[in-house]
Write a protein that binds this ligand. Structure first.
Ligand code: FAD
Length: 467
């Protein structure tokens, strides 16, 4: 089958490439644009974005936006200005999707349903006359271009756009196929690694020994320890996370973290994950220190902990509880923790810091009476731990559940103003297949949309005029 432009991959970048191509064609053009998508439906990954809400883009101006691009922002700049976040929102709204801007300039569909974003994009692309073929897995490309699918179909085109994404969430169809073809056409592929991913503390998962071969990769499905289970589900707001790389270099991030079945993630967990993964892959060590009370100096916090403890001790309800026998130190400790941290963190905090509550077993004076347990809370150690809760990081969750793939087709050999290969005329790259990754906040999708739109537009402009 012949098509003027073939786009491999019907994800965020591929769909916008098709739309960009249509927009660049002169009116009345009969040029054919075909998307080949291997999955039964296009844009499957979009359904998972923003925890099902889809953080479509980020409305920051370029100077602020570009700070969130981790690799060579200058490469993305022409694509960004050619198709800005405002253009993306305009495209969605003109096709009937209402959007809303939330904290941090992040744009979401008003319905908070990622499926609405995907449906709007797909319907707009189909209405514009693009041929979207699903269950077409491309397995081979020959120069010229001749494209062969696993079902035996072949396609010929003069302009080919590779929009196959990276390696993250392979069940959405992104299995890194584009890297192979880039290599075939002589492109350098910067080594890939998972980013925006969960980091696994020592003692969180049941692991005898971290496999050196795997360079720190710990599958998300690895069973959790009891201590891991106790922490899982806790969400911490407004904490400081200080990261130590190889025992010295540190960075501190302020914000929110989540303990999940994978490990430590959430906004600031993700923020530091790129460097952590890279360090561990290179054989380096990573450790975390969590400050749950960043606004309070240690001396003030120690005093505050002691004051609350005395208040609990002297509270008449403490003495009257349990039929007038009073409550024991262990229960008082839980009450104290409840005044210092969210309730859902208490089991995990206790499991990870068992030394704060000291237990002594004593025989009572009375003959035949059972042994009694006495509890003593180390208030100084508690305050210290609240300010400096240490975790040794031994691994990270891999492509099976990371948000983005760092690395990819080197931007050195792709023209930033067109997305065309510098090595093979008529070949274009866009989206996550490129060596381009960003922070969370809508930046990754916008980069896929912008580079996709530009690749499609450039390919269409480069077609020889036809009837
Ligand atoms: C859980 C999760 C949440 C995320 N949340 C957000 C968010 O809220 N905001 C944000 O900005 N970013 C988010 N991202 C990142 C964002 O989804 C990606 O940056 C973006 O989807 C990349 O788009 P892409 O088109 O380059 O690649 P993909 O979306 O991966 O699309 C590639 C497409 O190519 C197809 N394909 C691959 N190989 C072949 C082949 N051989 N033949 C035919 N087709 C093929 C695949 O099936 C797939 O449909 C999230 C990512 C994940 C995993």
């Amino acid at each position: 089958m012949k098509s003027d432009i073939v786009i491999i991959g019907g994800g965020a970048a591929g769909l916008l490439a098709a739309y960009g191509a249509v927009k660049a064609l002169p009116s009345g053009s009969r040029a054919r644009i075909t998307i080949l998508e291997k999955m039964p439906r296009p844009g499957r990954k979009i359904l998972f974005t923003g925890k099902g809400r889809c953080n479509i883009t980020n409305m920051k101006e370029w100077n602020d936006f570009s700070r969130h691009i981790r690799t060579n922002p200058n490469f993305v700049k022409p694509a960004f200005y050619n198709f800005t976040p405002e253009n993306m929102i305009g495209f969605l709204e003109s096709n009937g999707l209402e959007t809303v801007i939330e904290r941090g300039d992040r744009a979401f569909p008003y319905s908070h349903r990622a499926s609405d974003v995907l449906d709007t994009i797909v319907e707009a692309v189909l209405r514009s006359g693009v041929t979207l073929l699903t269950e077409r897995e491309v397995e081979d490309i020959k120069p010229g271009f001749e494209i062969r699918c696993t079902n035996g179909e072949t396609y010929e085109c003069s302009k080919l756009i590779i929009a196959t994404g990276g390696l993250s969430y392979p069940m959405t169809g992104s299995t890194g196929d584009g890297y192979r073809w880039a290599g075939f056409f002589g492109h350098q592929v910067t080594p890939c690694f998972p980013s925006l991913t969960a980091l696994v503390p020592k003692g969180y998962k049941v692991i005898e020994k971290v496999d050196e071969e795997m360079k720190g990769h710990i599958d998300r499905g690895t069973p959790m320890t009891g201590s891991g289970e106790a922490l899982q589900g806790a969400k911490l707001k407004n904490v400081n996370l200080t990261v130590t790389y190889d025992g010295s270099v540190t960075e501190t991030e302020f914000g929110d973290i989540d303990f999940t079945d994978g490990g430590i993630e959430g906004p600031i967990g993700f923020q530091v994950s790129r460097k952590c993964v890279k360090t561990m892959m290179n054989g380096g060590r990573v450790s975390f220190s969590l400050d749950l009370k960043p606004g309070v100096p240690i001396t003030e916090l120690t005093d505050r902990v002691k004051t609350i403890w005395n208040d609990i001790k002297n509270d008449p309800r403490t003495r009257q509880a349990k039929d007038g026998r009073g409550i024991n130190g262990k229960e008082m400790y839980r009450i104290l923790l409840g005044k210092l941290m969210p309730w859902d963190l208490i089991p995990g905090f206790q499991a990870w810091n068992p030394d704060i509550l000291r237990t002594t077993v004593k025989k009572t004076a009375r003959f035949h009476s059972p042994q009694r347990r006495f509890y003593d809370v180390d208030l100084e150690l508690l305050a210290k731990t609240l300010k400096d809760w240490k975790f040794e990081i031994i691994g990270y969750v891999g492509y099976e559940r990371c948000v983005i793939t760092a690395g990819g087709v080197s931007s050195d050999e792709v023209t930033a103003k067109t997305m065309e290969s510098k090595l093979q005329q008529g070949l274009y790259f866009c989206g996550e297949v490129l060596d381009m990754d960003c922070d969370t906040g809508g930046y990754n999708l916008q980069c896929a949309f912008s580079t996709g739109y530009l690749a499609g537009q450039s390919a269409a402009k480069a077609l020889t005029p036809q009837g």
